[in-house]
Design a protein around this ligand. Structure first.
Ligand code: CMC
Length: 430
């Protein structure tokens, strides 16, 4: 194939270079198009736009492939753990033993919050949504670490390793403390003898004289949930982090904006919406069939289904479907919501509406069932997604910040509003 594409606009023929990615993905480089022709490209929703060159995550939506830095998600899910995957996405390589120990030590050492930061929780009304609290608290972390949050790119990069560890560690503490505050319960201080997931569950659920010790199966399920969410290339929240960072904002401010972007029901809020949907179906006594008819009539959305990129299957959903079965077997319990979910998935996968639109279960379809089984309250589900996605946001901030040729993100628009008109004083207006 030639290494350029030609675009004819009227009599003007413009040669545009091609870019080929390391997995043979092809792109037309339109960066000079406007300067050479006066035209811009229009791609609302960015479904057809490569916004950056990235080395972190590869997704092939047609084939259902997801790899972090080259490693297939299936291998990482089976053999790795969340902290190792966090290191991989941020630094691009799996750590050797020394690096793994150092990273773990740095993360575990950073668990506590400054005592005056703990008091911020008291300032939020009791019914505050934990995603609002999380975003505010992550941003305010920058006030406690001003050296790491200077908005001076070189300085912020010099402190990057510590800032990354602070965020990966404290996002858990903040999440657990916001839950405890909302429930009117005293804080549980971190127990650094526990692993990453076990410590989080202790901070959430331990009671005086009744420490919560997560079973290995529960800790494993949570670890898997976090690992599978660690990164997913240019999704809504990660693109937001990159957008904010492109203006020179520090890491704390950038990831706080990622939390806001993640909150919506079409993105990270979907795991919560799936459980609400399954509970609604359960209440009506439907096995899911009537609900699917309403989806096909365009009156409802099947939450946890469909994806902008995956058009075959989402490998994370397959891993989590199996993990849900294993977790229930280990707990010796069942959840009738899982039966409804199974029925919905089986039925939808055989119906023309879903087949024609290439709609498959996505990561959120089963993740909520796992979180519910672990005892995580519904309004904390998206917070759990944020804890998992933190390494990805950090990795993308670093990749962008280290690019000496990086430019501020500033898309164009096609203006469709009124043409120029004259201002009239109020008494002369119709
Ligand atoms: N239920 C019913 N119909 C759907 C669904 C769904 N979940 N998803 C897409 N469709 C239909 C949509 O109505 C459209 O139909 P038509 O061509 O007749 O107008 C067609 O499928 C194409 O959908 P789209 O809205 O153009 O697709 P998109 O790429 O813009 O949206 C999505 C992707 C994930 C926002 C969407 O599939 C959706 O809303 N899914 C439910 C919410 C959800 O589960 N979100 C979590 C995504 S995975 C985690 C993450 O990365 O955040």
């Amino acid at each position: 194939m030639d290494n350029s594409a030609s675009l004819r606009i009227g009599d003007n023929e413009i040669e545009l270079p091609l870019i080929v990615g390391s997995e043979d993905e092809h792109a037309v480089d339109t960066r000079t198009l406007r300067a050479r022709s006066g035209f811009v490209t229009f791609d609302e929703g960015y479904g057809n736009t490569g916004s950056c060159l990235s080395k972190i995550t590869f997704v092939d939506g047609e084939k259902g492939i997801l790899r972090y830095c080259g490693y297939p998600i299936e291998q990482l899910a089976e053999k790795s753990n969340f902290l190792e995957v966090a290191f991989l996405t941020i630094y691009g390589e799996l750590p050797d033993q020394d690096k793994a120990d150092n990273f773990r030590e740095k993360v575990l050492r950073s668990t506590n919050l400054h005592v005056s930061m703990e008091r911020h929780f008291e300032g939020f009304p009791g019914n505050s949504h934990p995603m609002a609290v999380l975003s505010a608290m992550l941003n305010s972390l920058g006030c406690y670490y001003p050296d790491m949050a200077s908005n001076n790119r070189q300085q912020d990069l010099e402190h990057f390793d510590n800032a990354a560890a602070v965020l990966i560690s404290k996002v858990r503490t903040i999440a657990a403390m916001s839950y405890r505050t909302k429930m009117g319960l005293p804080f549980n201080y971190p127990d650094n003898e526990l692993g990453y997931s076990g410590n989080f569950l202790h901070m959430m659920f331990s009671q005086p004289h009744h420490p919560y010790i997560a079973s290995p199966e529960v800790a494993h399920a949570l670890n898997l949930f976090l690992l599978l969410h660690a990164d997913h290339e240019q999704n809504c929240s990660t693109s937001t982090v990159r957008m904010v960072a492109s203006g020179g904002a520090n890491l704390f401010a950038s990831v706080a904006s990622g939390v806001c972007a993640l909150w919506g029901p079409l993105h990270g809020g979907a795991n919560m919406a799936v459980i609400k949907m399954l509970e609604e179906i359960q209440k009506t006594g439907d096995d899911g069939s009537k609900f699917l008819d309403e989806v096909k009539d365009g009156n409802k959305k099947l939450m946890g289904f469909g994806h902008r990129v995956y058009k075959n299957f989402d490998p994370r959903a397959n891993i989590l479907a199996q993990a849900a079965e294993r977790l229930f077997a280990s707990l010796g319990s069942q959840d009738s919501l899982l039966d409804i979910a199974r029925h919905l998935a089986d039925a939808a996968l055989h119906q023309d509406y879903f087949i024609e639109r290439k709609l498959y279960p996505n990561v959120d379809f089963y993740s909520g069932i796992i979180l519910k089984a672990i005892g995580i309250p519904l309004d904390m589900f998206t917070v759990m997604f944020a804890i998992g996605r933190m390494p990805g946001w950090i990795a993308h901030w670093k990749e962008l910040a280290e690019n000496p040729k990086g430019r501020i993100h500033r898309p164009r628009q096609i203006y469709m509003g009124a043409n120029q008109r004259d201002y009239l004083p109020i008494e002369e207006r119709d």
